[in-house]
Design a protein around this ligand. Structure first.
Ligand SMILES: [Zn+2]
Length: 359
């Protein structure tokens, strides 16, 4: 590119004000804000524009993109390594600290490779590791307090989950002992079917037409609440206890900051996974609980009643109920009552959202 930028001589003077990494990191935010505001990394007050020596040691402290106003090629930033007086790069620029010279340079994404390939790739790997650690720390600091919130919410739901387990188990036992029909086979696909008699015309051997009746299967209604009849044990309360216990390992009280910062990155990653899976488990438990108990609501019961009373219903079954009771039997005179305890209908608490925003 022939375009030449007017770079004052003093930009090339070394500004050796950063003897330690901490000192260099302390101005990171200032540098990023400068770039965001001006679009000119090389005009930051302590940027050193002189070319680094070959083989110099380097530490990458951060990366940056130029703002939209500087994305046109003639507005790109110059690079001290390879292009000190012409626009060169606009994305993924690097804020680099040079520990031997005590200076900071804003350079192009991979420019330093030509001066010290090994040093460049080592610094990139180091930066990526540190960046991952920073992200995990920030994620944990933003979210780890949710562990106790989730735990309290699932613990508070304990009596309700226990009641749903009990009712679900009682219903399965009544069906096995008294109704003795494989109900799940009929309802498990979420629809209620009936047999209906169909009629069709058939040509008899002699050539004459005659009416023939046949048995057809028709869907009477959808039944998404079918989980109430699932033969699988629900284990809601047990799953809840395990979930709460696992979350309790993530409760650091007032020491969150210190604990998180002093963890190994492996431990941090594990804590982040435990938090996410704890929330996920809690959501699944609540969803399963709602799915089972929705079957006992009046609307679902009236759907079931309509099915059992239909003359084409494939099973002999009586069902009835209200908010406190559920009745089931082979017929009305043999119906069994299952009590729905008050806790059965208690509202399950709201589970929090995990924030993934990074600063
Ligand atoms: Zn360069």
């Amino acid at each position: 590119m022939s375009l030449q930028l007017d770079i004052p001589d003093e930009f090339f003077d070394p500004k050796p004000f950063y003897r330690t990494r901490d000192a260099a990191e302390a101005v990171l935010r200032e540098i990023k804000e400068h770039i965001k505001k001006t679009g000119e990394p090389h005009t930051w007050r302590h940027h050193t524009h002189a070319k680094p020596v070959a083989g110099a040691r380097i530490v990458y402290l951060g990366t940056f993109d130029l703002p939209e106003s500087h994305q046109a090629p003639d507005r790109h930033a110059p690079c001290p390594c390879c292009s000190p007086r012409a626009p060169k790069f606009s994305r993924n620029g690097k804020i680099a600290w040079f520990p031997d010279e005590h200076v900071i340079r804003m350079i192009g994404p991979e420019c330093f490779q030509t001066l010290n390939p090994e040093g460049h790739w080592e610094a990139v790997a180091q930066f990526d590791r540190e960046e991952a650690a920073r992200r995990t720390i920030s994620y944990l600091l933003q979210n780890i307090h949710l562990a106790s919130e989730i735990r309290e919410t699932v613990l508070a739901a304990g009596p309700t989950l226990t009641a749903i387990d009990q009712v679900h188990t009682a219903l399965r036992n009544r069906i096995d002992e008294f109704v003795r029909v494989d109900l799940w086979r009929h309802v498990g696909r979420g629809e209620l079917n009936v047999h209906v008699e169909g009629r069709r015309l058939r040509r008899a051997r002699g050539g004459a037409e005659e009416v023939e009746t046949f048995l057809d299967i028709q869907r009477l209604s959808l039944f998404p609440e079918c989980k109430m009849f699932s033969p699988k044990t629900s284990h809601l309360a047990g799953r809840m206890t395990t979930c709460a216990k696992r979350l309790s390992f993530l409760e650091f009280g007032d020491e969150v900051q210190e604990r998180v910062r002093h963890m190994e990155q492996m431990e941090r990653a594990k804590a982040a996974r435990m938090l996410a899976s704890g929330l996920n488990t809690a959501r699944n438990i609540f969803a399963d609980a709602e799915a089972i108990r929705s079957g006992f609501k009046p609307l679902s019961i009236s759907t079931l009643k309509g099915w059992t009373k239909h003359k084409g219903c494939p099973v002999r079954l009586y069902i009835d109920g209200d908010y406190g009771n559920f009745y089931i039997g082979a017929d009305e005179s043999h119906r069994m009552r299952i009590e729905l305890p008050e806790a059965f209908w208690n509202t399950l608490g709201r589970l929090p959202e995990i924030s993934t925003a990074l600063d």
